[in-house]
Design a protein around this ligand. Structure first.
Ligand code: SF4
Length: 257
């Protein structure tokens, strides 16, 4: 009887256990994981550091100087002007008001080359305006040439502050523009106006007196040198030698026609 009661108790316990198991649906294995803190969760979803792990190569923006490095691709003066008139190759771009490309007949036989724009030119964007420009018109009229017949440009396209002499570094950067202008215009004669223009183009330190009245060679073109009109305004005694110079220029370029 004692054994029968014990078996009965065991059977009751088993029934109770299976009832409990059914109620709690513990028919699967449950494993307790340690709780994940908010900090851990945040660390798990952090985006990798893009500066160290992600490198995006952006295409390099072409610089102004590289854009205008191949000057031979410009076949007209207006196209060339458009290509270079925002030039920033030297420090003069920072102080200029207007870029002075040059003006005149694109097929001129005679080309005049000055040193750099002055205050009036910087203001107007046109070479040889103001008093010295008017005097230049008179010099040309003296040899029966009008401004419309010639092309006028400067070695530098931007004004040096206080009209100081061009620096060698500025000339190095800007002179290729003048050379391309000369190629496009293809004049028979070039007249350099002033000592600085003559010395710079001919890469010499010779005085103006020595440079005048001679035929020089500038990249295959005849180049003559005379006084700058602004110098004549300061010293009228130089008008006579200038007259002699331009007479000679007229003779050369008419003889080449
Ligand atoms: S002076 Fe010539 S090189 Fe210098 S910024 Fe002007 S155009 Fe460019």
């Amino acid at each position: 009887m004692e054994l029968g009661n014990q078996i009965l108790d065991i059977l009751n316990d088993c029934e109770s256990y299976f009832k409990q198991l059914k109620e709690t649906e513990r028919n699967q294995i449950l494993i307790d994981f340690p709780a994940v803190s908010e900090q851990q969760q945040f660390e798990e979803i952090q985006v990798p550091n893009t500066q160290t792990n992600l490198q995006i190569e952006m295409p390099e923006k072409p610089s102004q100087s590289s854009v205008i490095s191949d000057l031979s691709k410009y076949s007209t003066l207006s196209e060339f002007d458009n290509a270079i008139n925002q030039c920033t190759k030297c420090v003069l771009c920072e102080s200029r008001n207007k870029f002075v490309f040059g003006a005149g007949n694109p097929n001129a036989d005679l080309m005049l080359v000055g040193e750099a724009p002055g205050a009036d030119e910087d203001k107007n964007g046109v070479p040889f305006v103001g008093r010295s420009g008017k005097l230049l018109d008179k010099i040309l009229a003296a040899i029966d040439i009008s401004r419309e017949d010639v092309f006028i440009a400067n070695i530098l396209k931007c004004r040096p502050p206080e009209n100081r002499d061009p620096l060698a570094s500025e000339v190095d950067k800007c002179e290729p523009y003048l050379k391309r202008q000369i190629e496009l215009i293809n004049p028979k004669v070039i007249l350099a106006l002033g000592r600085i223009a003559g010395q710079t183009l001919l890469r010499t330190k010779d005085s103006l007196t020595k440079l005048r009245q001679k035929e020089h060679n500038y990249h295959g073109k005849i180049l003559m040198v005379t006084y700058h009109p602004a110098a004549l305004l300061r010293n009228p005694n130089w008008k006579r030698p200038t007259w002699e110079d331009v007479q000679k220029v007229k003779k050369i370029y008419e003889g080449l026609k």
